[in-house]
Design a protein around this ligand. Structure first.
Ligand code: SF4
Length: 113
């Protein structure tokens, strides 16, 4: 399955749109019972998140990433390299400042106390 994600990218002259081809290789088993519209929406959100993480856009602080990964590492929802609650890859999800844990174990950087 292929998709394209359009991302806002900050360059020296301002924001520009970049269209990135994304190849989605597999679906998490937890997503099998989600209806198709919701599944497509989640896949696109996940693809955008991976692209942003890979390009270094919306990256959280090093301490925040470290703490989030420790929480995920100890979480009973974790399924290998993915979050069992949302299906996201933990390595990418924890890097994005605007991401949050679907179970509320950690929040987006803007919402931290
Ligand atoms: S994002 Fe939240 S629910 Fe998912 S593995 Fe991490 S701590 Fe657990």
């Amino acid at each position: 399955m292929s998709n394209k994600a359009v991302l806002k990218y900050q360059n020296s002259t301002g924001l520009e749109d970049r269209e990135l081809p994304i190849k989605i290789i597999s679906m998490p088993k937890e997503a099998e019972n989600i209806n198709k519209t919701s599944r497509a929406s989640k896949l696109l959100k996940g693809a955008k998140g991976i692209a942003k993480s890979t390009l270094g856009i919306d990256i959280a602080g090093k301490d925040t990433i470290k703490i989030r990964r420790q929480i995920c590492e100890d979480c009973d929802k974790r399924k290998d390299k993915r979050c069992g609650a949302c299906g996201c890859y933990i390595v990418h999800k924890t890097r994005l400042a605007s991401e949050s844990c679907p179970n509320g174990y950690w929040v987006a950087e803007d919402n931290e106390l």
